[in-house]
Design a protein around this ligand. Structure first.
Ligand code: F0G
Length: 491
């Protein structure tokens, strides 16, 4: 296996026609047959799923755009690497190969493996968060918030005031506001702040990156106050790609160089390998031995021995290869360029979407799409259900259903109500992307038929995964009838 990172090849190919078309820089060699079930079945399936797309079975799903987590396409090199896995409880050479990939790509010597991203959040939170701790961050992620609050900490989000504007030309909406960071530290005192967290390609605000200039500023403030900087690198490849595209200083730098620059600024880098390297697992890495030592007993307690951490050795091998592939621009650009294409097409149709196009997925603005549905009736959840009905495509609600309740039991209304249509890396084709565009267009024309939804079963923790909801009226039946009327006997 190649030890060094692959050469980065150019990502953009110009068309003579001038059209901006994302070109697949790979070929399909293993396929999976998909089902597109009729609208009548889709109507029954979404009701059975409690109007929660997490509860749909994939036999009822045509394009699974729920997430990129664990669903990115595996490369031939990744699959091949699994054959050389070294099965051993302790001291596996597969882990040595992963360590070497992490050191080459992230520049960190000490690696703690974990079974997925949230497991690393559990370990970091248990190690460093105490009751009363304050954790400033650019923006929360659902599982991050859950682990920090479970350990008695409080999350403070410090994006710039205009970062939550849905339509924007700001290249780095994931930047932390440095003035606000200083104010948070002045208010609470550095002693109460175990670390500052920065999330690459900030997930819940539409996969929006931060710049290296901003991360340098965060680092400067952290150093001034002796606070640790923790980087959530689950979507670091995409963030690095956007830095290359959008930050002048790095226009000619390789993605590998940018990745290192980003990670060099952090004391601890953690990641969900389900996202960053298109396999399973997760990891925490650092160059600070004392931080490694603080966390390692928690790994053996919750995850497994230090050389497998709850991940199979086969997956450790594919994770190592996938990490190296993340530095290849022709690989890492695939998902963002398809997202950019769809976002551009939807904008041209007047459909409200988060701009600029970010990483992970195309984010449709449910409040703009469904202005007649108040936030208490969960417009993003309603849109996710309605879009499944219209297309068989499964997206994910990223709005108030994914939020939590306050101490009085009232919903904390989300800052944004988004339907996320994820583009796992190298999975969907351009014609499938055009199908998504077409069915969203139809739905937009018929948006007044869509109504709200409400909880009928609501788990206390991370309710969006297993919660069940119901429609506030017979709007799903009316929408399905309109689909049948417009599309005849087509699926
Ligand atoms: N951090 C970020 C930024 C994430 O996007 C995720 C997962 C995690 C941590 C947790 O990692 O799932 O391996 O436990 N995001 C997935 C998603 C679930 O669909 O956006 P995990």
């Amino acid at each position: 296996m190649n030890k060094t990172a692959p050469e980065s090849s150019p990502a953009k190919v110009k068309f003579f026609s001038g059209e901006n078309i994302p070109l697949e820089l790979h070929k399909v060699r293993v396929v999976q047959k998909l089902n597109l079930v009729p609208v009548e079945r889709r109507l029954a399936a979404i009701a059975e799923a409690g109007f929660n797309t997490f509860q749909l079975g994939t036999s009822d799903v045509y394009l699974d755009m729920l997430t990129d987590s664990g669903t990115n396409a595996m490369s031939d090199a990744q699959t091949a690497s699994m054959m050389q896995a070294d099965d051993a409880y302790a001291g596996s050479q597969s882990f040595v190969r992963l360590q070497s990939a992490v050191e080459d790509v992230f520049g960190k010597k000490y690696l703690l493996p974990a079974h997925q991203g949230r497991a690393t959040e559990n370990v970091i939170s248990q190690a460093f968060v105490k009751p009363g701790s304050i954790i400033p961050m650019n923006y929360h992620f659902t599982t991050t918030l859950a682990h920090i609050t479970r350990n008695g900490g409080e999350v403070v989000e410090i994006l710039a005031d205009d970062a939550l504007q849905i339509q924007s030309t700001k290249p780095f909406k994931g930047n932390m506001d440095i003035g606000k960071l200083e104010a948070v530290i002045a208010k609470h005192g550095a002693a109460k702040i175990p670390f500052i967290r920065m999330e690459a390609s900030t997930n819940l605000i539409g996969g929006q990156p931060f710049s290296i200039a901003n991360l340098r500023e965060v680092r400067r403030v952290a150093d001034k106050h002796g606070i640790m900087l923790v980087l959530d690198a689950s979507l670091i490849g995409e963030n690095a790609y956007f830095v290359k595209q959008r930050e002048d200083e790095f226009k000619t730098a390789s993605v590998a160089t940018i990745l290192r620059e980003l990670c060099d600024l952090a004391d601890i880098v953690y990641f969900s390998a389900r996202k960053v390297s298109s396999s399973r697992g997760g990891g925490i890495c650092t160059n600070r031995k004392e931080l490694f030592d603080t966390m390692k007993s928690l790994i053996v307690l919750y995850e497994g021995f230090l050389t497998y951490g709850g991940i199979s050795v086969r997956e450790i091998e594919s994770m190592a290869v996938g990490l190296r592939e993340t530095t290849d621009e022709s690989v890492i650009s695939q998902s963002p360029s398809f997202i950019e294409y769809l976002v551009g097409r939807l904008q041209a149709l007047g459909i409200p979407v988060v701009t600029p196009a970010g990483g992970l997925g195309c984010h449709v603005d449910a409040r703009g799409f469904l202005p007649h549905i108040p936030q208490k009736d969960y417009p993003a959840g309603a849109l996710a259900s309605a879009f499944y009905l219209a297309s068989g495509v499964r997206g994910m609600e990223r709005g108030t259903v994914s939020s939590v309740r306050d101490a009085q039991g009232n919903d904390i209304l989300a800052d944004a109500e988004l339907l996320r249509l994820a583009f796992p890396r190298r999975v969907f084709t351009l014609s499938q992307t055009k199908y998504v565009e077409d069915r969203l267009h139809w739905l937009y024309q018929n948006r007044e038929l869509i109504g709200g939804i409400h909880f009928v079963e609501e788990p206390e923790v991370l309710r969006f995964f297993n919660g069940r909801l119901a429609a506030n009226s017979d709007w799903p039946q009316k929408l399905a009838a309109k689909f049948r009327a417009d599309f005849g006997d087509s699926l």
